[in-house]
Write a protein that binds this ligand. Structure first.
Ligand SMILES: Nc1nc2c(c(=O)[nH]1)N[C@H]1C(S)=C(S)[C@@H](COP(=O)(O)OP(=O)(O)OC[C@H]3O[C@@H](n4cnc5c(=O)[nH]c(N)nc54)[C@H](O)[C@@H]3O)O[C@H]1N2
Ligand SMILES: Nc1nc2c(c(=O)[nH]1)N[C@H]1C(S)=C(S)[C@@H](COP(=O)(O)OP(=O)(O)OC[C@H]3O[C@@H](n4cnc5c(=O)[nH]c(N)nc54)[C@H](O)[C@@H]3O)O[C@H]1N2
Ligand SMILES: [Mo]
Length: 826
């Protein structure tokens, strides 16, 4: 595969100012502002495959959607804090920084003093931008910990299901080892004869690693597979989930049925006696329970290849042939993270692990079980993982938390109980939400429901560079700088370099750093000195680097330059070291001396601990459970198409959606939806048409792209188009939003993967599609929201500090909207 790098412009003139170094979640680069205000972007010279996402930065930096100055929702300014359905529907009023910071500080203090610090939700999930010091979540968590504490969030949207499930199956260290990949890419290229890739190895994803990556090596490793003799079984509804040019077979499986296919493969291994009984006896526990389920002794149904074929839409003989080939080859079973981002997402991960255990190759080079090859750039990278400098956050004095994907449940159902990893927990009553560095109106499911949830708190504060949908649903928006507007240093897990991030341009508008904003708030709240420790950002960089340098020099004996030298050089190439990936090799050799951290010390093919919880949605061994959103579901009668909402190829999530590379992919100004020509033909849809995609939760408008590269009945609408709810959407209160731009989370369901893990389930949704007749309403989200001049708007008479906003029964300010207390649909 060759990387496309549409970002480097021919540069004939001699440079006015030099390019300065920086990095991003999608790679290191250098940048120089041009006389005409544009940016010249050059990938890092050591990067063999720069990311196409670099092409988004130039167009986005000074886009009209940058938040120019602090802004307050008009109703909040006039009436003070309180629940309101007007969020996301009212104009904003521009105020000065001092007034905005006074309002936020007073409201934080009011909520803490009246309700306790746990009434502040500071989970603030999101990717923010690269940079170790100006990391928005670290800054916010440090601030809120010193403020008195906050309700936190746990796990991630990426891996919410696996992070809770896998420790039960392989222990904590085993989970780390599985997620960093069974074998390195070069080991796969050398040893693996067959990769059975559930969800494929989507090359579009491998440019991204949290914190950054200097050398993108995975695209090269993928290209090497073309000449290594490795065969790849691409199991995915999308052909694009594997690069062209590899020796592969495409199994266009029915979405959400991978578990059934895995069970059919496992049944074939069992009945044809192709499983490794010795490995199962030595290294696993609970195989016999699983075998009784496979052969039908448990429930009367054998999970045969014929049974599986019926569910996953594949020929039974093909399934049997694949099972035999797996047993005869050095085989890697790998499962992308997307497969656990659906209801019952535990099952494909657990069944994949069980299947690999039956092959008996876990711990052998190039064999066994992998999770996330192609999901993230650093999976399969076995370089040393060095601790990089980081901002100390301090302990949170409040121990309240939620699994991150339960945000809407928490806001809508305070005091209600829920289960999580065997615990019975209660949702706290949140009065203030403080978000920095994430976009829940991109990342959460069922955005109509999230709007109802965001109507509940007294106050929502958002730090954002752009007028994202989250900013538009806030009460107080504080404009923040992006990486190019401040000094920092950055690098990703397993990165080869620490990159100095020089300031390339002045802050846009009145934007301030998150650090600066929080320092000002801390000063107003009486802990300014404690928060800043008297340091400017530059002094922090010197301090954090200095501590780290000492530690690294001690640990590696490497010659680590002083800060000035590092800063002037623009980077420091990190010392290399031995790889630390021997856990499963050691375990395989001697499971008694190297037990996994599970109750049995072995791989748990059945888990007595999970079985004891008695959860119907996650029993004690891998099972086929029908999700609500799959083509075989009852709901498919009305909404027969299965929408895949996967990661976008043209941006990172919702970041820089207005950037040039992302914009170039839009169709009719909207997010492209790929559909099969047969599905288009019966609906009269042609390439380039605006289509309306809908279900009972919402509707979106998207631009049609016809493709034979997906299974009929499947649509692909990637995540990240900025949510743009039509003003008079649905029944008028946004319960059923119409997103004019094509954000798939207007359609997805806000249900957990299971009561064990509470992971998010955004990857799939059942929908119907039709051609949009007439002229489609234009996208509005690429303009800022209506802004009013602060001088003309009266402030709440009592001032927010004394406002009675804590009373849930007090009148909703937006009279035209239905009352808040209408019953919630779960
Ligand atoms: N339907 C569906 N939904 C999904 C998924 C799916 O598969 N399907 N995938 C999920 C996954 S895996 C993830 S990780 C999430 C991602 O969800 P998020 O991480 O929330 O998405 P981002 O768009 O990266 O949001 C980061 C935000 O931070 C802002 N930002 C950047 N730099 C700074 C800064 O320095 N300071 C501040 N204050 N803000 C900054 C950006 O402008 C942006 O709005 O989405 C999830 N949502
Ligand atoms: N360009 C780019 N790269 C990214 C990101 C980004 O936003 N943009 N985000 C990063 C983040 S935060 C994360 S967590 C990772 C996520 O990594 P993943 O979760 O692995 O990525 P996705 O693209 O959501 O899904 C991978 C593929 O799974 C396939 N798939 C979906 N449903 C099914 C199914 O039921 N069965 C089978 N067999 N296949 C299915 C889809 O066709 C999809 O292309 O990506 C990272 N990389
Ligand atoms: Mo993610």
């Amino acid at each position: 595969m060759t990387a496309s790098a549409p970002v480097v412009r021919a540069d004939a003139r001699p440079p006015v100012t030099p390019h300065v170094p920086t990095t991003s979640h999608w790679g290191a680069y250098s940048v120089r502002p041009e006389a005409d205000g544009r940016l010249d972007i050059r990938p890092h010279p050591a990067d063999p495959a720069p990311s196409p996402l670099l092409g988004n930065i130039d167009g986005a930096l000074r886009h009209a959607t940058r938040v120019r100055g602090p802004a307050v929702r008009r109703g909040w300014l006039e009436h003070g804090p309180g629940p309101s359905r007007a969020r996301g529907r009212e104009p904003f009023v521009e105020v000065g920084w001092d007034e905005a910071l006074d309002l936020v500080a007073a409201e934080l203090a009011r909520v803490r003093d009246e309700h306790g610090p746990q009434a502040v939700f500071g989970g603030s999930y999101g990717w923010a931008s690269a940079g170790r010091f100006h990391h928005a979540q670290s800054q916010l968590h440090r601030f809120l910990a010193q403020f008195g504490g906050y309700t936190a969030s746990r796990n991630s949207y990426s891996l919410g299901t696996s992070l809770v499930l896998l420790p039960h199956l392989v222990g904590r260290a085993g989970t780390d080892a599985v997620l960093r990949a069974a074998s390195s890419w070069p080991t796969l290229v050398q040893h693996t004869e067959l990769i059975v890739a559930f969800g494929g190895i989507p090359a579009k994803n491998v440019y991204v690693t949290p914190g950054g990556v200097t050398r993108h090596r995975t695209p090269g490793h993928l290209a090497d597979l073309a000449t290594s003799g490795t065969h790849i079984a691409l199991i995915s509804p999308l052909r694009a989930d594997l690069p062209e040019g590899l020796d592969s077979t495409w199994y266009p499986v029915v979405p959400a049925t991978d578990t059934a296919l895995m069970l059919g493969l496992a049944h074939t291994l069992l009945t044809e006696n192709l499983h490794d009984r010795a490995f199962l006896d030595r290294c696993t526990t609970g195989f016999d329970t699983f075998a009784r389920y496979l052969d039908g002794r448990t429930d009367g149904t054998a999970k045969s290849a014929d049974w599986a074929a019926h569910i996953c839409g594949h020929d039974a003989d093909d399934i049997r042939r694949l099972a035999r080939r797996m047993a005869a080859s050095r085989t890697l079973v790998t499962v992308t993270w997307s497969l656990q981002r659906i209801q019952h997402g535990e099952q494909p991960v657990w069944a994949g692990l069980a299947l690999a255990a039956m092959l008996g190759q876990i711990g052998l080079p190039g064999g066994g079980f992998g999770h996330g090859y192609g999901s993230m750039g650093d999976v399969g990278d076995h370089g040393p993982q060095l601790r990089l400098p980081h901002l100390p956050q301090g302990p949170n004095p409040v121990d309240e938390f939620i699994p991150c994907a339960r945000i809407a449940d928490m806001l809508l159902h305070p005091g209600e109980s829920y289960e999580y990893d065997g615990e019975q927990r209660t949702y706290p009553d949140i009065r203030l939400v403080h978000w920095a560095g994430g976009n829940p109106f991109h990342h959460h499911q069922d955005l109509g429901r999230l709007r109802r949830a965001f109507a509940r708190p007294d106050t929502i504060v958002v730090h954002e560079p752009h007028w994202t949908a989250t900013a538009r649903h806030a009460d107080i928006v504080l404009p923040t700088t992006t990486s190019l507007e401040r000094e920092d240093f950055g690098g990703g897990r397993r990165d080869t370099h620490l990159i100095a991030m020089h300031r390339a341009v002045d802050p846009v508008g009145e934007a301030r750093d998150d650090y600066d904003i929080l320092g000002e708030l801390a000063a107003r709240l009486g802990f300014g000195e404690r928060f800043t420790e008297g340091r400017t950002p530059r002094r922090w960089l010197e301090y954090l680097y200095g501590e780290w340098r000492e530690e690294l020099s001690r640990a590696t004996r490497a010659d680590v330059p002083g800060f000035e030298e590092f800063w002037a050089a623009g980077e420091f190439e990190l010392p290399s070291g031995p790889s630390d990936f021997t856990l499963f090799e050691d375990f395989r050799r001697d499971p008694d001396s190297f037990p996994l951290g599970t109750p049995s010390g072995r791989i748990e093919i059945s888990s007595a601990a999970i079985a004891a919880l008695g959860l119907a949605d996650c029993p004690g061994h891998p099972v086929w459970l029908e999700p609500d959103e799959w083509p075989g579901a009852v709901a498919a009668e009305r909404h027969p198409l299965l929408l895949i909402a996967n990661q976008p190829a043209t941006r990172l999530h919702s970041q820089y959606d207005v950037g040039a590379h992302s914009m170039a992919s839009k169709v009719a100004g909207r997010e492209p939806v790929e559909l099969h020509p047969d599905d288009a033909a019966v609906r009269g849809i042609r390439d380039g048409d605006v289509v309306r995609i809908f279900n009972d939760r919402g509707a979106v408008l998207a631009g049609a792209r016809l493709s034979h590269g997906l299974r009929p009945g499947v649509l692909r609408l990637p995540t990240g188009a900025w949510f743009d709810p039509a003003p008079n959407d649905g029944d008028g209160d946004g319960d059923v939003p119409l997103c004019l731009h094509g954000n798939p989370n207007a359609l997805t369901a806000d249900v957990p993967s299971s009561r064990l893990t509470q992971g998010c389930t955004g990857q799939h949704a059942l929908v119907q599609a039709e051609k949009y007749e007439g002229e489609a309403p234009p996208v509005t989200v690429r303009r800022p929201p209506p802004l009013q001049d602060g001088a003309s708007v009266p402030r709440h008479a009592r001032g927010p500090r004394s406002a009675a906003g804590g009373d849930r029964d007090h009148a909703d300010h937006a009279d035209h909207l239905p009352p808040l207390d209408r019953p919630e649909t779960p």
